[in-house]
Design a protein. Structure first.
Ligand code: TXA
Ligand code: MG
Length: 351
């Protein structure tokens, strides 16, 4: 299959081209597209065959459910049963936006899309290309992140092409995404809403709107959830992993720099190529290896936006071992560290 790479203006996408992409989706094809979080791999959510194609293209286990993307509130009710008032309040503030909500599903949602679960995940992305494409496709696009299963999620169209060229019909290039981490997932199927995946909209912001929220214990357990099964099936898989072994070094800034320099020197002596994930403030202090600057310590926006592309860049560099600083920033720190810890297989070194 030849994959068409279509460049569109992210703010004002050409409607004629959007209609053409929408037609591919209506006819059962697959189109990758930008959202504000990461690139998604879209197929018609109400067509079981399209969902099967998504799993095949990603190499993803078919018991891992897909998120249905909608563009208009009226499209929520035909797919979701029992939408609580709290969810409407959250949608009022954050839709379109980087939040996914889980509801009991209606029969129209194929089991292939929901991974066999009685529930459905729904999100209204905040991106002009995504919204226009959803409408052009008939209202419902199932879209996981547009990476090969296990690799870091794509934040640029080039990443999608790296993973899926030749496997899908079209990739729409709308430039680099704004957020860089996948949406916050909130489960509304029990009495108290529960965070299944941390994201840009953090626990505090959710509490302000919902009053009470819980967080799935499996995603905050220090041992990498070996003893708990996360409620979002996808959170259980090895994910975001670069090819090299990654370890996170924690402690105060000076100790971390010293420790990483020591570890990097030792690795270099053993003939290994070392990658280091550093910040604007620390990058110049490293004396060894490929140093990649992820952004400023004071900007979790930059760190989140660059995390996945830095991990992919190290694959291109062909390094053997990566050391990263920790990024426990106040706002998005939980989401950033959740992804980084998974990428590191929970390998943490105290400086
Ligand atoms: O930001 C995002 O959410 C991106 C963009 C493309 O919208 N999408 C995304 O999809 O991250 P994906 O498939 O890579 O991750 C979806 C996660 C998986 O961990 C999956 O197990 C979980 O959502 N999920 C989907 N439906 C669910 C359900 N009914 N119950 C619990 N977890 C669910
Ligand atoms: Mg994913």
């Amino acid at each position: 299959m030849v994959t068409e790479l279509l460049h569109l203006d992210a703010a004002h996408p050409d409607q004629h081209e959007i209609d053409r992409a929408g037609r591919i989706l209506r006819e059962g094809g697959l189109v990758a597209f930008p959202t504000e979080t990461v690139y998604g791999l879209g197929g018609n959510a109400l067509d079981p065959e399209a969902s099967k194609k998504i799993y095949a293209a990603k190499g993803r286990p078919s018991d891992n459910p897909l998120i249905i993307h909608i563009a208009d509130m009226e499209h929520l009710y035909p797919i979701a049963a029992e939408v609580p008032e709290a969810a409407i309040r959250l949608a009022d503030v954050w839709w379109p936006g980087p939040v996914t909500m889980i509801f009991r599903k209606k029969a129209i949602v194929p089991d292939e899309t929901s991974g066999g679960l009685p529930t459905v995940a729904v999100r209204m992305p905040n991106h002009p290309i995504a919204l226009a494409l959803i409408r052009a496709a008939g209202g419902y696009i199932a879209a996981p992140s547009a990476n090969t299963s296990g690799r870091p999620s794509p934040t640029r169209a080039e990443h999608v092409m790296e993973d899926l060229d030749g496997r899908i019909d079209m990739v729409i290039d709308g430039g680099e995404v704004r957020i860089g981490l996948e949406s916050t997932i909130v489960d509304f199927t029990e009495d108290v809403p529960c965070i299944l995946r941390p994201g840009y909209v953090n626990e505090q912001k959710l509490c302000e709107i919902l009053g009470e929220v819980t967080i799935d214990p499996a995603i905050v357990s220090a041992d990498g959830m070996h003893d708990r099964k996360p409620r979002a099936p996808g959170m259980a898989y090895r994910h975001y992993a670069p090819k090299a072994k990654l370890s996170i070094v924690t402690g105060d800034m000076e100790s971390v720099i010293n420790k990483i320099n020591e570890l990097a020197r030792r690795a270099a002596l053993e003939g290994k190529t070392v990658g280091i994930i550093a910040t604007d403030e620390t990058a110049a202090h490293y004396t060894e290896g490929h140093v990649r600057d992820i952004g400023s310590i004071d900007s979790d926006k930059e760190i989140a936006q660059h995390l996945f592309s830095v991990l992919r860049d190290f694959d291109d560099d062909g390094v053997d071992i990566i050391y990263s600083e920790a990024f426990d920033t106040p706002r998005m720190g939980q989401a950033i560290m959740n992804r980084l810890l998974k990428a590191a297989g929970h390998s943490v070194i105290e400086a």
